[in-house]
Design a protein around this ligand. Sequence first.
Ligand code: EPU
Length: 428
Amino acid sequence: MEKLLIEGGYPLEGTVQISGAKNSAVALIPAAILADSTVTIDNLPRISDVQLLADLLEEIGGTVELKDHEIIVDPKDMVAMPLPNGKVKKLRASYYLMGAMLGKFKKAVIGLPGGCNLGPRPIDQHIKGFEALGATVTNEQGAIYLRADELRGAKIYLDVVSVGATINIMLAAVRAKGRTIIENAAKEPEIIDVATLLNSMGAKIKGVGTNVIRIDGVDELHGCRHSIIPDRIEAGTYMIMAAAIGQKMLIDNIIPYHVESLIAKLREMGVKIDVNDDQVLIHNQHEKTGVDIKTLVYPGFPTDLQQPFCTLLTQAEGTSIVTDTIYNARFKHIDELRRMGANVKVEGRSAIITGPTKLQGAKVRASDLRAGAALLIAGLLAEGITELTGLEHVDRGYEDLENKLLNLGAKVWREKMTDEEVQQVKSS
Ligand code: EPU
């Protein structure tokens, strides 16, 4: 196990290139199962979740070639191999194997997914969708068993606006008989990305990006080539970092439209931002004003940026209130920020942050991916050295993190954890 050491206090400057979207990649790779010939996906982020999914496709008989930023999946020899345990448990997005394998083979056995612990993360809406399409779904000893003689299009109203359920139902419905309508669908850009891939494979999906999606089932899907959209959450993380400790930072290879809610909030704090076609330039701004944020489904402020944004707010003047309406327990970063000197408390679904405060380096642990991003930014701001553990979470979502940071002038390096430190983590 490794830890990241961060020597804080060095202003960042320069350009950072944003990678392909994690939350697209983890759905696009399972989507390749649905094709009958080779699917090539590029602008692929090289993160651990991608490697796990590539391994899982090989486990079910796929031929998978992972190149630099490209994955080539030949699904011809894939079979409906049960995957009740093992790597499926290590990531959340393994639930997309349910929709994809059900859609292709009319059956699947998939262990309940792992991923970040953000409080309860039910998949009842996914299951409701699969059942509406004609599948029988049972939960046996921690694995979901899905089976259908035939999948038939249906009208499905989502009780909760869910990214995962919207994508999973699309995956199961593209090869079903007849028309499926998903009402109260989620509108995130990653959903549009998945539909673009499926349509390039020959699917007939309309309405993505609105809250009603129509899918006319087809009998076959063919291979194609697809390029993943830029990661708006990675982009947002670097934008927040720039606002916190940047001299002048260019965030390149992004779709600024996808981070509009963040741009609006940063401007409200007094941060100067120039927006170009595919980049944003964040100017140095020492004095920032506190703001309130409330996370919402897209195009609202993303829950995935709430945690790093909390760190930024510790540097802003006044009291800010951060309310997470998507995940009520996504505040595990707060105790760690307090250990670094932040003036923050949690009340119900909100964090109340008073600033500005000078942060101090400390030994902190990332409990989940975006908590890791929050603590990383805190470490860059802090006086002294911060030791960040829990890197297995951070590596799930941020490609080439150290090199990107080193290029911006940060002082960061990885070290192996001592046996004693590993023991402490395991017993905590
Ligand atoms: N929900 C239900 N029932 C369901 C599905 C969701 O009650 O069947 C609830 C959830 O508990 C949550 C809300 O609906 O309160 C939204 O959940 P959603 O299904 O949209 O989340 P997800 O698909 O599991 C994806 C991202 C998350 C991101 C959320 C919200 C992937 C693999 N994960 O999760 O990303 O936070 O959407 O935007 O796409 C991250 O990248 O750090 C991350 C956690």
